[in-house]
Design a protein around this ligand. Structure first.
Ligand code: FPP
Length: 258
């Protein structure tokens, strides 16, 4: 750890320059949490929303600037209709109840994914919250809704090709900076750390391109049980890693590898 590091925050215990700027969460295990208690899956999602609020609050308190939540994947559309409908209602309620909090704490809400599939009322409440918070810049909450990385790429390629056909972009191989402006994550930094709960070790079509140099942290805790302490453990683990971005240890100034 650098000798000049300062403590980021009152309670995370992690040096400020070792706190990831952007953490993305694959919130998994709501169903198993409910099943273990003899409850229906919806109760797990309901409890999962409480965890969402706690994790967002603690993340920003610990110095993280951007938090992304994988709330609903395009593949989740194939779940039983009553679960999908309950999740959409929960989303609308969450946005309605959480908007005052976003405004009070000056948190910008961004959404990635294809909102056109969402029920009109849910999509409208999301759009309203996105628009009312669009001028905030300190902290950003990104919610992935009806999102999958492959769908995002296909939509980006399609928009890019339209721009080429219209003559607003040159034909030929694009550079990454230009192409990535067509992704849903335009203007959002790549996640430094991706956390997946519930013991599953996969990405499930989440931010496949943006995760090129992300660090991964997997834990067994089911999402509804994911606590402030679990978040601290993830951040401590991240803080101990050496990120090289394809360079050698010497190039990034790691004294141990010199
Ligand atoms: C995965 O658990 C969770 C989901 C597919 C939905 C995540 C949704 C929430 C946490 C609540 C809504 C979020 C917001 C932001 C309003 P699972 O159902 O796959 O659990 P399992 O693998 O144990 O069955």
């Amino acid at each position: 750890m650098p000798e000049t590091s300062t403590t980021a925050d009152f309670s995370s215990g992690i040096a400020a320059d070792r706190v990831p700027a952007h953490v993305a969460f694959i919130m998994d295990g709501n169903g198993r949490w409910a099943k273990a208690r003899g409850l229906n899956r919806f109760e797990g999602h309901l409890r999962g929303v409480k965890t969402v609020m706690q994790v967002v609050e603690n993340s920003f308190r610990f110095g993280i600037k951007t938090v992304t939540l994988y709330a609903f994947s395009t593949e989740n559309q194939t779940r039983p209709a009553e679960e999908v409908s309950a999740l959409m209602k929960l989303l609308k309620t969450f946005i309605g109840e959480y908007l005052p909090e976003l405004l009070k704490n000056q948190i910008r809400l961004r959404v990635i994914g294809d909102l056109s599939w969402l029920p009109e009322d849910a999509a409208n409440s999301v759009r309203e919250a996105v628009s009312k918070t669009e001028n905030f810049s300190g902290h950003t909450l990104v919610v992935a809704l009806n999102y999958s990385a492959r769908d995002e790429v296909l939509r980006a390629v399609s928009s890019y090709a339209e721009a080429v056909a219209a003559g607003t972009l040159p034909s030929g191989k694009p550079d990454w900076a230009t192409f990535s402006r067509y992704l849903d994550t335009d203007g959002i930094s790549d996640p430094d750390l991706i956390v997946r709960t519930s013991g599953e070790l996969r990405l499930s079509n989440f931010l496949l391109l943006q995760a090129a140099y992300s660090e991964f942290y997997f834990c067994d805790t089911l999402w509804p049980d994911f606590s402030e302490n679990d978040l601290r453990k993830a951040l401590a683990d991240y803080a101990s890693r050496e990120r090289r971005f394809g360079k050698t240890g010497e190039q990034i100034g790691n004294k141990k590898s010199v």
